[in-house]
Ligand binder design. Sequence first.
Ligand code: CAA
Length: 263
Amino acid sequence: MELPKNFLFELNNHIATVTLNRPKALNALNKDVMEELHDFFSNQLPQMGCKGVVLTGSGDRAFAAGADIKEFMTMDRIQMEAQSKLGHQLMFAIEKSPIPVVAAIEGYALGGGFELALACHLRVGSEKARMGNPEVNLGIIPGYGATQRLPQLVGRGRSLDIMMTARMIDANEALEWGLLNRIAPVGKTVSVAKEIITLIGTKGPMAITKVIETVDAYYDKNKDGFAEEVATFGSLSALDEFKEGTKAFVENRPVNFKNQDGI
Ligand code: CAA
């Protein structure tokens, strides 16, 4: 893979780490980084054979403080709509990734940065993480999917609270609401995210991919999630992965999934 220009990339022990790298602008998301991230998640990641991705921001102040407001100020209505569509494409590429993507949130995850974290499968926040959708402060609404994804996670009332008051949610409230899956000490979110991916990496890899797909079917208006569950439950039972998982159980030995290392 060619090294990305707009974010940092590392691959260690079959875990990819993607780091937004504009710390002076609190990792605000501009068009260039979004396009490159979209290409990475859509085209490059599926071929890497890794167990999972940690998505984080450089510096200790922010995961990402939102879309780049200064760039927005140069855009007309058509360009803003195109930018929103690009945001949707990126968030869908992350949400539909066949391998888990875990957000490691140090500091602020606001606006488009919060939406990026919402598209990930899991979220680890530091004790100092602060999240929210402050777009109404700018006279706009969230444009990268929060109006649709936030209610899935926290319900209508809490979503309207976050979006209409523009207040920031701290780590404890976010954990209580189910916005964060774990709280980690400051500076440790990436290592906790890697621990989670390592644990998931010991499970049946196809089963993990299908958990993501089948849970997401619930939120897809064009799909019958229960029917998908039946079909997927059946099709997985025909794979070696299921044979090995059940055999290991009855033989009372550690499981050895063929591509347990994600290769
Ligand atoms: N876009 C562009 N630049 C940003 C930015 C953003 N979203 N957030 C912060 N920055 C820049 C600041 O302009 C500043 O740059 P300079 O040093 O060149 O002045 C630098 O990052 C540091 O920020 P602050 O000086 O503001 O730091 P602070 O500690 O005083 O405040 C903050 C931190 C509360 C996060 C504040 O920066 C802030 O409110 N940021 C904007 C948050 C926001 O409104 N996000 C939503 C954007 S719109 C959006 O995302 C729409 C969508 O859904 C797609």
